[in-house]
Ligand binder design. Structure first.
Ligand code: NAP
Length: 308
């Protein structure tokens, strides 16, 4: 099959750090152009809007959307209406309803919609899922604590409504938990800490359960300096699993487990190519639904102003 001709939209940190190298290394894709208001991809035609890119580069068959989630719907709709396959960065949108609308549009147009969750492609995730299918989890503890000033310098959109605040990284943990658990979980209670001068939370403490009474405790915090934590600890009857570094490392009862070495973004693009080639979509909204539930059920606590 010939390479899928691709356009990339929103050339910022993640597009530059991860998408461009993963696309360049994957023979199933050929990057034709970019659309971004202030940035271009060296050596390729650059446009300032997706509409202009699609009009000027009609050979484009698929787009990767890497802008902030509040601005993804219009771009995705334009691409789907033009008959293009769409790869969306996480989180797939600002609301559940708009992503469902896109899912239906993709189905009606017969094109692929991929709502990606990069953390699900970390090497430990499928290993843990297979283990938990045999040994039911008894307790899950998620610790996702990082320094927002280090990882999101100058990004104002994450503090605006729809930017999700600490759920921007926290949703990565939720994407892993929803992938590995054998049963569906749901929120029981939560506390969301909002800086008084911001529209998005800087920390969240969430308690989930499932039909069998499983205890899932998630702690998200953006004020962590020093050691950063992207860990999940799962107690089972067959031992304790400790996942660290967002899924790059795994121990069972302190014995390091051997993991594959494919990176998250190479794996994401391999999956996207297979979806396009097989005429399928992949739109799982469960991580975003848990975040929406947290905003709906969680108590709101005002904390000190945040200045970057
Ligand atoms: P970013 O550095 O701010 O880049 C996003 C780009 O989107 C901007 O550079 C901007 O480029 C474009 N954009 C279009 N409309 C925009 C608007 N109204 N406001 C701001 N930017 C706009 O953000 P990012 O870190 O790459 O994150 C983008 C998406 O990727 C988010 O959904 C995020 O959750 C996800 N993600 C990020 C990371 C990470 O480590 N940073 C990791 C995984 C996933 P122009 O100004 O040129 O239009």
């Amino acid at each position: 099959m010939s390479a899928i001709k691709l356009g990339i939209v929103g050339v910022g940190k993640i597009a530059t750090d991860q998408h461009l190298p993963a696309i360049a290394a994957n023979g199933d894709f050929q990057l034709l152009a970019s659309a971004s208001r202030n940035a271009t991809v060296p050596g390729l035609p650059g446009f300032t809007s997706i509409d202009e890119m699609l009009a000027q580069q009609p050979d484009i068959e698929a787009v990767a959307l890497c802008m902030p989630p509040q601005h993804r719907y219009q771009a995705a709709r334009a691409a789907l209406l033009a008959g293009k396959h769409v790869f969306m960065e996480k989180p797939p949108g600002a609301t559940l309803s708009e992503v469902e609308d896109l899912d239906q549009l993709a189905q009606s147009r017969g094109v692929t919609l991929f709502a990606s969750w990069h953390s699900r492609h970390a090497p430990a995730v499928q290993v843990i899922k297979a283990f938990l299918a045999k040994h039911a989890p008894r307790q899950v503890h998620v610790i996702w604590k990082e320094d927002v000033r280090h990882w999101h310098p100058g990004q104002e959109w994450i503090w605006e409504a729809g930017g999700l605040g600490v759920f921007d990284p926290g949703i990565n943990a939720l994407s892993i938990v929803t992938e590995i658990l054998p049963t569906a979980m749901f929120l029981k209670s939560g506390v969301l800490e909002f800086p008084a001068n911001r529209d998005a939370p800087i920390a969240a403490d969430l308690r989930f359960t499932d039909a069998n009474g499983l205890d899932v405790h998630a702690e998200f915090d953006w004020r962590q300096t020093g050691k950063q934590s992207w860990d999940i600890i799962i107690t089972t009857e067959a031992g304790v699993l400790r996942m660290a570094d967002g899924g790059a490392k795994l121990w069972l009862d302190d014995v390091a487990q051997e993991l594959g070495d494919e990176g998250e973004y190479p794996s994401l693009y391999r999956h996207f190519a297979a979806l396009v080639q097989n005429g399928k979509s992949d739109v799982d909204l469960s991580p975003l639904r848990h975040v929406a539930d947290a905003f709906m059920l969680g108590k709101r606590k005002a904390v000190e102003d945040f200045h970057s």
